[in-house]
Write a protein that binds this ligand. Sequence first.
Ligand code: NAD
Length: 471
Amino acid sequence: MSEKIKFFEQVNRHFDAAAAYTNYPVGLLKQIKICNSVYHMTFPIKRDDGSIETIEAWRAEHSHHTLPVKGGIRYATMVNEDEVMALAALMTYKCAIVDLPFGGAKGGIKIDRRQYSEAELERITRRYTYELIKKNFIGPGIDVPAPDYGTGPREMAWMADTYNSMTEGELDAFACVTGKPIPQGGVHGRVEATGRGVFLGIRECCAVVEDMKRIGLTPGLEGKKVVVQGLGNVGYYAAKLIQEGGGVIIGLAEYEGAIYNPKGLDVEAVVKHRQETQSILNFPGAQNLAKNSDALELECDVLVPAALENQITMENAARIKAKLIAEGANGPVTADAADFLLKAGKMIIPDIYMNAGGVTVSYFEWLKNLSHVRFGRMSKRFEENINKRILQALEEATGKKLPTDLYNQIAYGADELDLVNSGLEETMITAYQHIRETRSKHGDKISLRTAAFINAIDKVAKAYLELGIFP
Ligand code: NAD
């Protein structure tokens, strides 16, 4: 979209709006806001046809108030310095909101991944990691990347392997990156974590009767008409879980186009159709929309932009009909457009909370890598045995046998996926409650975003004050 929209400036506008409600010294607020370091690199790679291409890439570390810093790596043609700084800043605030001991960071490589073979992508990823190692921009206690737009477990495995092969016997080497495949030290539940967090956050928001009333919706996710933009990692899992949770997905948008069915689209079937035909379009029973951006303007209850930033701007804000906008992507609504939508009586669940599920489960993965033990390994059988003893005592006392299904359900000890999902749910619920508490402290006159930023600023400011740098 418009080149004129400066993403970092947008994030800082949100920051300033929230900072106005705090009493921290100006110097401290400035320190929190600025980006601590940016590494801009170029390196050559050999294409499969033998030609040499120069690749441009970045890593921005926004805040060193606590280490390591954490944030994804993006592969996209629009990657630039302003974007990585903005995304790194969002990571600082996001981690603070969900109480993770990380500063924010973000990286990006300016490529269209579709134009490169797997072997070329591997060369690019390994070289990028090598450059990060050389400049001390990666390491389990320094800076821990993760997947973002255009990257996934495969790229993270290449990064972990490169780091591991270049460090001599570093015990925690695999904690240098998260979002890895399970055999490389990944954690169950990470792939779907961001989408699951989006679903949980929307569910929490929809459960608040007075908020739903204010925007003209009934409480609960059941039957809500939902449109999702982007069927990648975040959008796909968010759409799937929203559907499983009772929402009706009436519109889906992808790179190549958008589809609509007021009766509902089966997310799994759409994904299968896209895999088979290479396009979301012409899905049986659905209507093709003229442009992929038309999906944003559909009549619906909840809109989940889960593709990229600057999707809802002053150009299309007046045509947005959704009453609740859940920012699955980072920065999908510009600051002006957000002001406009709020004035129009809509509600926005802000990115810095909405998509924090990914980094939350990345935190669990990092902890798993540092502890070198799978979650649940020490407790699963112990829990099961205790539960069985209680059930046996109950059966003996009552002289009745419980149905086998119920018995097995209660006797069950939690495995890694159960614990990860439970930790994620706890995180999303608690953070949402804190955001609402802050909003109500201000008489419900501020947006959820401003409340979330106030919480983030408070936590980062306290961390700096504890360091004793600011008297
Ligand atoms: P992804 O690459 O897996 O998926 C993005 C999808 O959006 C792709 O399928 C792409 O084709 C599609 N897309 C691109 N332009 C589009 C357009 N104009 N209309 C419709 N679809 C379009 O990326 P992702 O990891 O799902 O990330 C999406 C957003 O979520 C980004 O803003 C990212 O920063 C944010 N995010 C991702 C994670 C994560 O864990 N992956 C965590 C937090 C935030």
